[in-house]
Design a protein around this ligand. Structure first.
Ligand code: ADP
Ligand code: MG
Length: 631
């Protein structure tokens, strides 16, 4: 007789209808186009593992059991030619009544929940089918028929068989199976024969079921296929650095060692085991196994999600690793309130672990932290900007360039240490690059009086500032703010010799000058006024009162290329020799107009908002010519 034909059951009861929701579920699964059908193997192994776990428990309490000395194990046989896959366990087994209720007739709220969540489209839901408590049926994505033969651990019970093709009914028959446990025989469909390939099968077991706590043997292989020992469940003190690195390599296939390992085991308030890694680089390597961000989530050593993105906030998405939660229900749907609340609590605990580790690194291993910062600083800034920080304060982790130590990284605590007596604010300047920032007129005052200013030149800095308004009671202050209150100078003389001041301009001269500027610039600026804030610079641009702050302007500009920077106020420095010389020239002089235009456009340039810098060239040539003509 041909093996492809459906095996006959003995003493069959005749067809029994599946419960309605299960019929619908089967209909979806049989026709599923889901590409990772391999997950049915994980589901069958997870069921075998559950049956073995229960058996282990029963062995400790009950002595009237069948085959008490039988090893607790899983054996898999494949026959590629016949397209057969057979999974046997020595777990608790099922009686014929249990086969009938567990695999088909009992009301299944999980099946209904799955159908509702899928709404006809199973594309990604199949991946988490186990959580709905209907994982067994996933086998029908790959099977022409399935035969389950089982013998209960209860002595005196007969073995029985269950048979189905994925249609609306199943059958129950008798069996002469001797040993305790369950054997699931799967006749693979033409297009799923890969699962009868020993090599492929072992690969799948390693990927999805490596940490099943019972040995899994494939065909005649005496060596178990799964690794079984979950390193993350071990006492952190007993694990060698080498083992951590080896596990990281197997998890990710990354060539470089991780920057840092975080192994965390807790039994209160939640039982969780977490092994997390800071990778060597923010981008996954070419040959990485990890196709997406997210941690690998297990519940009692059984993989329930390959890439769980809910266990850490988005800004920690670069972290790799494994989390195993004892209290996570395996068969609870993703949307369940209970599971969500639990995941949120785990998230909070893990986030805190990572943040603490980073703080520890920053304090105790500054070199290593600098390395981390140079690679992952962006993520920390993103975290500071995000409102949802899970109660964590990340600002301690930030590093900055500053005007007084431009070649080093300083933390906000370093900055506080350098503050001058009486200084109440943390000053910063925004710009596009270090070199233009260092020439900014906004720094005149602060440089003259030796105040340290943070230089923020990274595009994400403007976003970061939205979430960083103060640090340890000191508020942050943009030096370009026009209404900035300058610190009272306690003892200015200590700041070095006073520059020789030119004769100040008379009020009359200043007014004439302002008028002249206004005439030339017209509506390119909202106002022209004098300021005493500048020393080396001729002029600067500041935002009109009530207009959007510079940070938000930058954020808008980044999000919308069409965004127009609002017009600004031009502040001029009456003590600057250029302005004094303009006053000495006759009012009708053409050169004055050219110089004023150039002063304005230079100010635009230094702010990084000149729309067309090259357009200044003809004017600069004209000025050069005038200068040369003079001599
Ligand atoms: P779940 O595992 O979430 O309960 P499944 O659809 O995977 O849902 O399995 C349905 C039920 O079938 C299980 O709860 C269990 O009672 C029974 N079962 C499946 N496989 C086995 C097995 N290998 N040994 C014993 N019972 C099993
Ligand atoms: Mg299951």
């Amino acid at each position: 007789m041909n093996d492809n034909l459906e095996p006959k059951l003995k003493d069959t009861s005749g067809p029994i209808a599946f419960q309605t929701e299960i019929k619908q579920l089967l209909n979806i699964l049989v026709h599923s186009l889901y590409t990772k059908k391999e997950i049915f193997i994980r589901e069958l192994l997870s069921n075998a593992s559950d049956a073995l776990t229960q058996m282990r428990y029963i062995q400790q309490t009950d002595h009237e059991i069948l085959d008490p000395s039988q090893e607790l194990e899983i054996r898999i046989e494949v026959d590629k030619e016949k397209g057969l896959l057979r999974i046997s366990d020595t777990g608790i087994g099922m009686t014929s009544e249990e086969l009938k209720t567990n695999l088909g007739t009992i009301a299944q709220s999980g099946a209904r929940a799955f159908l509702e969540a899928a709404q006809g489209d199973d594309s990604n839901l199949v991946d988490v089918i186990g959580r709905f408590g209907v994982g067994f049926y996933s086998v029908f994505m790959a099977a022409d028929w399935v035969k389950v033969t089982s013998r209960s651990y209860k002595s005196g019970e007969d073995a029985a068989s269950w048979f189905a093709t994925g249609a609306d009914t199943f059958e129950i028959g008798s069996s002469d199976k001797e040993p305790r446990g369950t054997t699931i025989e799967v006749k693979l469909k033409e297009d799923t024969l890969e699962f009868a390939d020993e090599y492929r099968l072992k690969e799948i077991i390693k990927k999805h079921s490596d940490y099943i706590p019972f040995p899994i043997y494939v065909n005649e292989d005496e060596e178990q296929t799964n690794r079984q020992n979950a390193i993350w469940r071990e006492n952190p003190r007993s694990v060698e650095e080498e083992q951590y690195h080896e596990f990281y390599r197997q998890l990710t296939l990354e060539l470089e060692q991780p920057l840092e390992t975080i192994h965390f085991v807790a039994d209160a308030p939640l039982m969780i085991y977490a092994l997390m890694y800071l990778p060597a680089a923010p981008d996954r390597g070419m040959f990485t196994l990890r196709e997406q961000d997210g941690l690998k989530l297990y519940a009692r050593k059984i993989l329930i999600e390959e890439y769980s993105k809910d266990l850490l906030p988005p800004y920690y998405r670069f972290i790799q690793g494994v989390v195993d939660a004892e209290d996570l229900p395996l068969n609870v749907s993703r949307e369940s309130v209970q599971a969500t609340a639990l995941i949120n609590r785990i998230n909070k605990i893990l986030t805190n672990q990572v943040t603490q580790k980073l703080k520890e690194m920053a304090n105790k291993e500054p070199e290593a932290y600098l390395d981390f910062w140079s690679k992952f600083g962006q993520f920390i800034k993103e975290g500071v900007a995000s409102k949802d920080t899970n109660g964590e304060d990340l600002s301690e982790l930030l590093l900055f360039r500053t005007t007084t130590s431009p070649d080093q990284w300083s933390s906000l605590d370093d900055y506080l240490e350098h503050m001058k007596p009486g200084q109440e604010k943390i000053y910063y300047i925004l710009g596009d690059d270090e070199s233009s920032v260092s020439r900014s007129p906004h720094l005149d005052y602060f440089q003259t009086h030796c105040y340290e200013v943070l230089t923020l030149t990274d595009p994400v800095d403007s976003f970061m500032l939205l979430g960083l308004r103060e640090y340890k009671e000191f508020s942050l202050q943009n030096v370009a703010d026009s209404d900035l209150q300058l610190p009272d100078l306690l003892d200015d003389d200590e700041d070095g010799e006073k520059k020789e001041q030119p004769e100040p301009l008379s009020e009359d001269d200043i007014n004439k000058l302002i008028n002249r500027f206004q005439e030339v610039l017209g509506d390119k600026v909202t106002e022209v006024r004098m300021t005493n804030r500048l020393t080396n610079s001729v002029a600067r641009l500041v935002d009109a009162k009530g207009s959007l702050g510079q940070e938000m302007q930058r954020v808008y500009r980044m999000m919308d290329k069409e965004y127009q920077i609002p017009k600004k106020i031009l502040e001029i420095n009456p003590g600057h020799p250029i302005l004094q010389q303009i006053c000495d020239l006759p009012e009708a002089n053409d050169l004055v107009k050219t110089v004023i235009e150039q002063i304005f456009e230079s100010a635009l340039l230094i702010e990084g908002i000149h729309p067309d810098p090259a357009s200044m060239i003809p004017r600069i040539q004209e000025l050069m010519k005038t200068a040369l003509d003079k001599d």
